[in-house]
Design a protein around this ligand. Structure first.
Ligand code: PLP
Length: 229
């Protein structure tokens, strides 16, 4: 039985991010997601994943759900889909793909420039083997950030993430805020973004090189040096 032929569905869908982006760069717990998957299958509830931050290779697999190991019925994607040209998409399994082409009207929908850019991004991901780069550079970044954590254990509580979406969580008992780290990093030439009050997010482009990751690690190291002084 699927969500669409369940006699009296009380809940239409459950919507989750495989890894929470704004929520603090929190990778999903596979066991939890497996239970939600089972619940949705048993009760005829659609499982929807928001892949807007984690899709298009960001986690080292094409989709975040592949890194997680749990499959949704529907997922959304945007952001990296066309490398910065505005576009979004929703992908559904056949049984719940109820839209016919043109059903979902949108002022900028079906834009030829945006769709050409998205196709180029898809081709480039494959041709330049970017998923491997994401996994390798992600590992390099996390290793460097863990070294930083070892140097400043009173300031840094945890380093976590998948591929090239990583978070550095500050100790809860330090007055230091993520926004201050971001400001100090910008002064060192590195653009970062907070994910909540205590988490600094690292989301470099998928084409980032080993030398650039080293440069970024040196910059964030200098930033922590100033903040700890
Ligand atoms: C996880 C997530 N989902 C959805 C959105 C909204 O996507 P859009 O701006 O393409 O509507 C954002 C941020 O923009 C996001 O970070």
């Amino acid at each position: 039985m699927t969500a669409l032929d369940h006699p009296k569905p009380q809940v239409a869908a459950i919507l989750l991010e495989p890894l929470q982006g704004e929520g603090g760069v929190r990778p999903g717990d596979r066991a939890y997601f497996e239970q939600v998957r089972q619940l949705c299958t048993d009760k005829g509830i659609l499982l929807i994943f928001d892949e807007v931050q984690v899709g298009m290779g960001r986690t080292g697999s094409l989709w975040g759900y592949e890194t997680l190991g749990v499959e949704p019925d529907i997922f959304t994607t945007a952001k990296g889909l066309a490398g910065g040209i505005p576009i979004g998409a929703m992908i559904a399994k056949n049984f719940c793909a109820v839209f016919q082409p043109g059903d979902h009207a949108s002022t900028f929908g079906g834009n030829p420039l945006a769709t050409a850019a998205a196709l180029t991004v898809c081709e480039t991901l494959e041709k330049e083997n970017l998923l491997q780069n994401v996994r390798d550079r992600g590992q390099q970044l996390r290793t460097g950030l863990c070294e930083l954590q070892a140097a400043y254990p009173h300031l840094i509580a945890e380093v976590r993430g998948w591929g090239l979406i990583n978070g550095l969580e500050l100790q809860p008992d330090t007055p230091l805020a993520a926004a201050e780290v971001v400001k100090a990093a910008i002064a060192e030439g590195l653009l970062l973004v907070p994910a909540g009050p205590k988490v600094v997010r690292f989301v470099p482009p998928l084409i980032v090189s080993a030398a650039e990751i080293d440069m970024a690690l040196r910059a964030v190291g200098r930033a922590f040096g100033h903040l700890a002084a």
